[in-house]
Design a protein around this ligand. Structure first.
Ligand code: C5P
Length: 302
């Protein structure tokens, strides 16, 4: 797999500054096995990195500064990037100083993991900027504290997630596909989507082991029973437009069309870019579309 680039994609800006690309994900599979005593839900999920990215610049600085371009986001203490920076600085026993500039392209509250990705890529970038050079495995516990799907964004590619989503098997298999994202003009809150249905955690469900647990599992578009999202019907019940988008995409020759995570984006998989582009053309304002593709990453040998 020598043709795969290491994660995350990096760009040197000179004078100690650099930019990292912070990717979005889709969930090819999202099984909700039940609600746990701690309030979170036990998941069985397949995370897939896609080529839609934010871009995060890291600059040496004498103070802490976080700036956003392209979206009106709170850059204060509630932002996951600030929380990631403080967590890493505290853990390393150093001052939290850097200037970070985020160019946002990933839709917010779209089920694409943009905020989680930014937090984990901030951990990677600050670890580099501050000379800590921690490997992803050492940043993993910090990422898991920041959010359930943050840990995936330390590795990218294709991964099987369990637990809250933070227990990962990095898969060497690749899923090559064009991806069309349809973004509606509203977001869905993950915690609300999980609260709209009672998921009970039974012993039977806990013991289920799906056949894609094997590290070499390669989901292909022909394994259609892999693709499912237990949050989809719940979210589509509340937002009829999303069901209409899904039907339009399936009518437009999508191999798969599904809600991404807890929504609000619907993604469609195409083996052929021309078809994806053609399908994209039927959506107008206030819907946004992105045609991108899945991204595979090198994995350490077993
Ligand atoms: O972990 P994170 O803060 O990203 O999760 C946001 C919310 O989504 C949680 O507060 C919880 O309500 C819900 N969630 C869940 N089970 C998961 C992941 C998230 O119930 N495995």
């Amino acid at each position: 797999m020598a043709d795969l680039t290491p994660y995350p994609d990096t760009f040197d800006l000179g004078r100690g500054s650099f930019a990292l690309f912070s990717p979005a994900k889709i969930n090819l599979r999202l099984k909700v096995l039940g609600k746990r005593p701690d309030g979170y839900h036990e998941l069985d999920t397949l995370f897939q990195e896609i080529s839609l990215t934010d871009r995060i610049e890291f600059h040496p600085s004498h103070e802490w500064r976080l700036e956003f371009e392209g979206a009106d986001l709170d850059a204060g203490d509630s932002n996951l990037i600030t929380q990631a920076a403080k967590l890493l600085a505290a853990e390393a026993g150093i001052a939290c100083k850097a200037r970070i500039v985020v160019q946002k392209h990933i839709p917010v509250q779209g089920g694409l993991g943009g905020g989680s990705s930014n937090a984990s890529v901030a951990l990677i970038g600050l670890s580099r900027l501050w000379g800590l050079n921690r490997p992803a495995e050492q940043l993993h516990p910090l990422a898991a504290r920041l959010g359930s799907d943050c840990a995936f964004f330390l590795y990218g590619g294709l991964a099987h997630g369990q637990g809250r989503g933070e227990t990962l098997d990095l898969l060497v298999g690749r899923m090559e596909s064009e991806v069309l994202l349809v973004v509606p003009p509203f977001g869905v809150s993950t915690s609300e989507a999980f609260s709209w249905r009672e998921f009970s955690l039974t012993d039977d469900e806990k013991s289920v082991i799906f056949n894609f647990r094997k590290r070499k599992f390669i989901p292909s578009l022909s394994d259609l029973d892999v693709f499912c999202n237990d949050l989809e019907n719940i979210v589509l019940d509340r937002y009829e437009e999303l069901g209409r988008i899904k039907r339009l995409l399936l009518d437009a020759e999508a191999e798969v069309a599904m809600l991404s995570g807890s929504g609000s984006c619907i993604f469609a998989l195409y083996s052929d870019r021309t078809r994806a582009m053609r399908a994209a053309q039927q959506f107008r304002e206030p819907f946004q579309v992105h045609v991108c593709h899945t991204v595979s990453r090198p994995r350490p040998a077993l």
